[in-house]
Design a protein around this ligand. Structure first.
Ligand code: NAI
Ligand code: MG
Length: 353
């Protein structure tokens, strides 16, 4: 079979890092003649919005739904409100394609310096609930008189929503012989929605007797991420908690420039989407110095999802070797190389493995 990939490079550094991910995937083709993959670019993003008054065509989702997966760069541009870029492009894809699992590996690759002195390996998986929770658009602004203005933003936590993300986390733990799942909560203060979260996670855990459930309040958990990151194996969190935890986790293992993610539709009724966790990085856009590793690693997660864990591992091994050699590094990793140089070094390495 030929994998058909929709590519949405987006804004800022999105196109630069996505081009390098494709370079590495193309290199794999030469390595394995049975590996067939095709890319179709979609130029949706802020430029498209400024020209057409919408960020994707009306039938945009229809155009994407028959692909095997989506490789997404990043969106965000000073000229376009984030409400548009996030809520009219990323969120509709995540929600309509039922990508309710956001997977974010937090793993320190060899050759990456961590701000932590502790040299123990950091290697765990965070599953962030990706379809509901705090990122709902229910709510609004009340009392338009300035002095009394007020905003309400509701959190949506459903039993079914928590059940499926918790199950996914526990299934992953079982499959990968992990002994513990950590749940991020705040049910001491957020007494309605987070209590339901706790109850459902606990119920799901009962079906996985061999796996321990650890439940931590989000504030303490943030501290534990720094104090004992080596103790985590699998973490399950709501949309907002997972978002914050994973940027913190990313900072422990090399920063936003190296951290990948997958928005997974476990039922495979629609394509899943893979993207670096960073945004469009306007501060370095156009300079050619963005680190492409996060996006290349995201492409590796995509191959795993498509059923080629062997090629996925080959990419991560290639990244790790290039990092360890330390000759070709972008400025965020302490080097002076460009996005393209680092991408090429990884593409060459993957062909040598
Ligand atoms: P950001 O992730 O774009 O940048 C944060 C910091 O990390 C910046 O200093 C940036 O230079 C650095 N950085 C990010 N990626 C890097 C890379 N590959 N190599 C080297 N350094 C890198 O987050 P920020 O500044 O909060 O947001 C910028 C725009 O991106 C906003 O419009 C935001 O809404 C959007 N955004 C989009 C996301 C998406 O498309 N999924 C996710 C997060 C933010
Ligand atoms: Mg984030």
């Amino acid at each position: 079979t030929t994998y058909k990939i929709a590519v949405l490079p987006g804004d800022g550094i999105g196109p630069d890092v996505t081009a390098e991910a494709i370079k590495v995937l193309e290199a794999l083709k030469q390595q394995d003649p049975d590996f067939k993959i095709e890319f179709r670019p979609f130029e949706w993003g802020s430029e498209y919005y400024l020209e057409h008054g919408r960020i994707m065509p009306e039938d945009g989702l229809d155009q994407l739904k028959s692909f095997d997966a989506i490789l997404f760069g990043a969106v965000g541009d000073k000229r376009v409100p984030d409400e548009i870029t996030i809520w009219e492009l990323i969120m509709p894809i995540r929600k309509n394609f039922q990508q309710y699992v956001n997977m974010r590996p937090i793993r320190r690759l060899a050759g990456i310096e961590s701000p932590l002195k502790n040299e123990q390996p950091i290697d765990f998986m965070v599953f962030r609930e990706n379809a509901e929770g705090e990122y709902s658009n229910i709510g609004g602004r009340l009392y338009q008189q300035q002095s009394q203005e007020m905003a309400i933003q509701n959190t949506v936590i459903t039993k079914q929503g928590v059940e499926r993300i918790a199950k996914y986390a526990f299934e992953y733990a079982r499959k990968n012989k992990k002994s513990k799942v950590t749940s991020a909560t705040k049910s001491n203060a957020i007494i309605h929605s987070m209590k339901l979260w706790d109850e459902v996670v606990k119920e799901v855990a009962e079906d996985y007797g061999e796996i321990e459930l650890e439940s931590n309040f989000i504030d303490a958990l943030a501290a534990y991420f720094v104090m004992r990151p080596e103790s985590f194996e699998v973490v399950v969190a709501s949309n907002l908690f997972g978002d914050i935890l994973t940027d913190l986790g990313a900072a422990l293992v090399g920063g936003l420039g190296v951290s990948p993610s997958g928005n997974i539709n476990p039922d495979r009724t629609f394509p899943s989407m893979f993207e670096a966790i960073h945004g469009s990085a306007p501060d370095i856009a156009g300079k050619g110095i963005a680190n492409p590793i996060a996006q290349i690693w995201s492409a590796a997660l995509m191959l795993d999802h498509l059923g080629r864990p062997d090629l996925s591992t080959a990419i991560v091994d290639a990244i790790e070797q290039v990092l360890q050699e330390g000759r070709v590094l972008t400025p965020d990793l302490g080097g002076t190389s460009t996005t393209q140089e680092l991408g090429s070094a990884i593409a060459e390495k993957v062909q040598q493995l």
